[in-house]
Design a protein around this ligand. Structure first.
Ligand SMILES: *Cc1c(COP(=O)(O)O)cnc(C)c1O
Length: 399
């Protein structure tokens, strides 16, 4: 994101560690698809905390869950059961067809847990196998192991030495996976849609072939549904578009509707942690698991997912028309996780101009815009976003 030199500088922000180029604005409140900064300017939010605010900003269901649970019990040690923890684990198991849930605080931590579980399983049941095949351009988080599991070439050479044991294959190329399976392989891990890479969809046949291949070779299939889970693609989980089920799945982003919670979900036969292998102080605390329950219940409400699919189809239709009008290279994605290929490296300029015009967009790649609005986004809000974006693209004369 580039700065607008015309906006006056903030006060001293020096105590906030600069890990990303933050624009000189400060958000103070949000409702639904709208955010307001401290100067009173409103922004239409098509980022939503990076596909996190499932129901938009400060939805009544989340506010109620936070306040009610905060008044009752915020935290007891993770070495005890609490009511929302049990309820949320049951909801996730029921919705996914998997059996057991370990709660964590971020997507990276859930994935780290999935890696540990697969390695433990390999040690116990597959002769010490520990390798986890992951995909080029994949993104699994920013801990050392999940960075190594990711396939981001921008990270090459960073924080060496890498964690070993993550041979790479190509998305939508089953032969590339087959080639790297050895006696050391414990699992294959991937995103059903590579979000950070630019909304690259794993094709239906590839996922089905991968499920068949992993079963045939007796290794695990791990789906990182951190971005695609909890209704984002129009199903509760993206794998439900196919006739498959992973052995392990991870969730985070949308699960908390804005509060930090993640989950490692697994088939009974894979759940082989011994006491002490896995844990975490804040994990499964009642405050965030109560919010997770509220989110799961809203998304599971009759008609909700159909609504997401409908909004997604409408957004896609409008984006395709925009792409055609402005000579873009089309639209990809599923449900309300979509990307517009601009066909030129205009992404950062468009994002900066959109910010000036009161619209939050994201460009995960220089030529690409990603759209991840609240699942409750309205047709009017989509129209409004398209109107602003159309105006911006008009303003690039050579586009
Ligand atoms: C965001 C993301 C992560 C990392 O989640 P954090 O909560 O940022 O640690 C992992 N995998 C995928 C697919 C993601 O989109």
């Amino acid at each position: 994101m580039t700065y607008d030199p015309l906006i006056p500088p903030l006060g001293d922000v020096g105590a906030v560690m600069p890990i990303t180029p933050r624009p000189p604005i400060v958000f103070i409140e949000g409702h639904g698809s709208w955010l307001r900064d401290r100067d009173g300017k409103d922004y239409l939010d098509f980022i939503q905390g990076w596909a996190v605010n499932t129901l938009g900003h400060c939805p009544p269901a989340v506010v109620a869950a936070v306040t009610e649970q905060a008044a009752k019990l915020i935290n007891c040690a993770p070495s005890f059961f609490n009511e929302p923890m049990i309820r949320l684990a049951t909801l996730i198991a029921g919705a996914s067809g998997l059996d057991q849930v370990f709660f964590a605080n971020s997507g990276a931590e859930a994935n780290e847990g999935a890696i540990k579980l697969a390695r433990k399983w390999g040690q116990k049941y597959r002769d010490g196998a520990y390798e986890i095949i992951t995909l080029d351009h994949g993104f699994h988080g920013r801990t050392l192991a999940t960075m190594s599991a990711s396939g981001k070439s921008q990270w090459d050479g960073l924080f060496e030495p890498r964690v070993c044991g993550f041979p790479k294959a190509e998305i939508n190329d089953i032969a590339s996976v087959e080639r790297v399976i050895t006696g050391k392989t414990a699992a294959v891990m991937l995103e059903p849609i590579q979000g950070e890479a630019g909304v690259i969809v794993a094709e239906s046949d590839f996922l089905k072939d991968l499920r068949a291949l992993t079963r045939q070779r007796g290794i695990l299939l791990i789906l990182d549904e951190v971005q695609t889970g909890i209704g984002r693609t129009g199903k509760m989980f993206a794998f439900q578009h196919e006739d498959i089920r992973p052995d392990i799945m991870t969730l985070a982003k949308g699960l908390g509707g804005g509060v930090p919670i993640a989950a490692l979900v697994a088939e009974q036969s894979v759940c082989c942690f011994d006491y002490g292998d896995q844990g975490g102080t804040f994990n499964g605390n009642p405050l965030v698991t109560a919010v997770g329950c509220a989110i799961m219940e809203e998304v599971a409400r009759p008609g909700f997912l159909e609504g997401v699919a409908k909004s997604g189809a409408y957004l896609e239709k409008r984006l395709i028309a925009l792409s055609e009008k402005h000579h873009g290279l089309g639209v990809r994605g599923k449900g309300l996780l979509l990307a517009l290929d601009l066909g030129r490296d205009l992404g950062n300029e468009v994002v900066a101009e959109a910010l000036r015009r009161g619209l939050l967009l994201n460009a995960p790649r220089p030529h690409l815009l990603r759209f991840m609005p609240a699942l409750t986004v309205t047709g009017e809000e989509i129209d409004r976003m398209i109107g602003i974006l159309d105006g911006i693209l008009e303003a690039f004369p050579s586009y």
